[in-house]
Write a new protein. Structure first.
Length: 401
């Protein structure tokens, strides 16, 4: 080997290692950034609570007796307790990192349980509860006790009076339950629409269609569609699927159903190409053996070829789910950007990726919560990836016996 050839080979190796190192460093930096900013807010309560806080204005009539309950032993030094009112408060941070005053304990004989809803006299479910937050306590003859002064100050102010004008408390918002449910609905509906059409189209193109100019043009059109920007599909969803669902369903604007239909169109080229490639790798000997044993083309396709191609089809499904979770531009038009807590398939809502977009467009941008949602998306994709690989491995092992 000549010296020139050796130098060229060395240069190619160095370039390969350098490019791989750059890619690894960039991906690691992205993950580290997301994990460092989002891990602090990641908890189960974030997944199960509403995004919008619900405020209550509590009033109270003349109090006949105060609480007689002493401070429970399980409360810590950071829980400030009013024996007079039977309530314990503590300073905490909400899901977005803002300081709040949490209710950590309410005694059974607390007079605060006698409060009524000043905004709705018929609200029988109105009740102050542990886990809610106090926004303010308004008194008759002095300044209100506010969150900015802390839990200890609020307890001291409350202990100094025998009555108050109004207590404002609320259930913490900032959760992503609605966006998570929307994402799951979108995944299910999109796969319901896209998988049957995409898989059967791939079967037709690979197993039944004649090898002619028309088939070649169809394949070229499918490949071209994979490169169309998703925002164009979003405009199509806004112009076609939104009016269609408004006309034939209870929807009044962009909705989960119209967004799922839009995503189904986006995913069709991906599913068709991935499924067709998985069908191509099935050896022709399988087809020949099946036909030789007396099976027809349809039986061979669905009894022999399709089961052999299942691992590749599972991979196509994984790619589709990853695309659904990560899509945002098309859904901004097809569903909308309103973060909702009450979810229906005919109403506006946001998926996790659109939720990130809405958080980053706020002033100021909520980087922490956006990073937390991004981390959740990464975890979901990782779990799906491992699950598909495990299913494929088990199926291949079972099929090879």
């Amino acid at each position: 080997m000549s010296n020139k050839r050796k130098r060229m080979d060395f240069l190619l190796q160095v370039t390969t290692y350098l490019a791989a190192s750059v890619a690894l460093i960039v991906l690691s930096m992205i993950f580290i950034f997301v994990f460092r900013n989002g891990a602090g807010l990641l908890n189960f309560d974030l997944l199960t609570s509403d995004y919008h806080a619900r405020f209550y204005n509590g009033g109270i009539e003349e109090i006949e007796s105060q609480s007689q309950t002493e401070k429970p032993a399980f409360l810590t030094d950071t829980d400030y307790y009013s024996e007079k009112w039977g309530i314990a408060l503590t300073d905490q941070d909400d899901k977005q990192g803002n300081p709040v005053i949490m209710i950590s304990y309410i005694a059974d004989d607390s007079p605060l349980k006698q409060m009524y809803d000043k905004n709705n006299d018929d609200n029988n479910d109105f009740q102050i509860q542990v886990g809610q937050s106090l926004s303010s306590i308004k008194f008759y003859d002095k300044n209100s006790a506010l969150t900015i002064y802390g839990a200890q100050h609020m307890i001291n102010e409350l202990d100094a009076v025998d009555e108050f004008r109004e207590m404002v408390f609320y259930s913490l918002g900032g959760g992503i339950r609605g966006s998570l449910i929307t994402t799951l609905y979108t995944i299910g509906l999109t796969l319901l629409f896209a998988l049957p059409v995409g898989i059967f189209t791939a079967i037709y193109l690979n197993e039944f269609a004649k090898k002619n100019k028309l088939t070649q043009i169809i394949r070229q059109m499918i490949e071209m569609l994979t490169g169309v920007p998703s925002i164009i599909y979003g405009l199509m969803g806004l112009a076609v699927f939104v009016p269609l669902t408004v006309r034939y369903t209870p929807a009044t604007s962009g909705n989960i159903l119209s967004g799922s239909l839009t995503l189904a169109v986006i995913l069709l080229p991906v599913i068709i190409r991935a499924t067709e490639e998985s069908l191509k790798v099935v050896p022709d000997d399988f087809r020949s053996a099946s036909l030789a044993l007396g099976a027809n083309s349809t039986q061979t396709t669905f009894k022999v070829v399709l089961p052999s191609a299942l691992p590749g089809m599972l991979t196509a499904t994984l790619l589709a789910i990853g695309r659904i979770i990560g899509e945002s531009a098309a859904l901004i038009f097809a569903i909308g950007t309103a973060v909702k807590d009450d979810i229906t398939i005919f109403g506006k809502s946001t998926t996790l990726s659109v939720h990130i977009w809405s958080l980053l467009t706020d002033e100021p941008a909520n980087i922490e919560l956006a990073s937390t949602i991004a981390l959740i998306i990464l975890i979901i994709v990782l779990i799906l990836n491992l699950s598909v690989k495990l299913l494929s491995k088990r199926y291949i092992k079972k099929f090879s016996r």
